[in-house]
Design a protein. Structure first.
Length: 209
């Protein structure tokens, strides 16, 4: 709970630092990172980056809805509700208002279609919440250890993808990941009782009772 509060507060503070006409202290780092992201729009690295762009875009909406439906079919509506709130509702409640509030300009000349507001990264947020929520509901505690490593690697690749495609600044992607982790931790705590009840029912083969 404390970690979630710290992460979300840090994201909000970073967003507030971007308001106004002043240059944020971390813009120099953003500029240096963007200058290093120089490749060919048709190269292999760009093809990989575009694949992760799809993961955080259209698939980022389809996958949590599909997972929610599958969990419901198997009687795990509590887990399904957790995934739906973490993977779909939180994007509407957290990311969209922040984008509208901060309204940070995108990097110049993005290689993919982008909307308004660069901060925080909705793509990274979507991938982060999806992977972490899936880890909570699909894996037992011991198996989650390796899944967190897989999730961290995929999140890092998504962050790289957004900057490689000149779609977002590095700080936007860091904020998206931090907000995603914070939201899932907060919701995991809020859903702990329901998820615990579901686990007990599953162990007793009473999910439909």
């Amino acid at each position: 709970m404390i970690a979630a509060t710290v992460l979300l507060t840090a994201v909000l503070a970073t967003g507030l630092a971007l308001l106004g006409n002043g240059r944020p202290a971390f813009q120099n780092l953003d500029d240096r990172w963007m200058n290093a992201m120089q490749g060919a729009p048709g190269g292999a690295a760009t093809s990989l980056a575009r694949a992760f762009d799809v993961l955080g875009g259209p698939l980022g909406v389809i996958l949590p809805l599909t997972l929610t439906g599958c969990l419901g079919i198997y009687g795990r509506w509590r887990s399904g509700l957790f995934v739906f709130v973490a993977g779909v509702v939180s994007n509407i409640v957290v990311v969209l208002p922040l984008k509208q509030l901060v309204d940070r300009p995108r990097p110049p000349h993005p290689w993919v279609l982008v909307g308004e507001g660069s901060f925080p990264s909705g793509q990274v947020f979507t991938v982060t919440t999806l992977l972490l929520a899936a880890g909570v509901v699909l894996f037992p505690p011991r198996a989650r250890r390796w899944w967190w490593l897989v999730a961290a690697a995929l999140i890092a690749l998504t962050m790289w993808s957004r900057t490689w495609l000149h779609a977002q600044w590095l700080s936007d992607t860091v904020a998206g990941a931090a907000a995603g982790v914070g939201v899932v931790l907060l919701l995991w705590s809020a859903f702990a009782r329901l998820l615990g009840e579901e686990a007990r029912r599953a162990a007793a083969d009473r999910l439909w009772d």
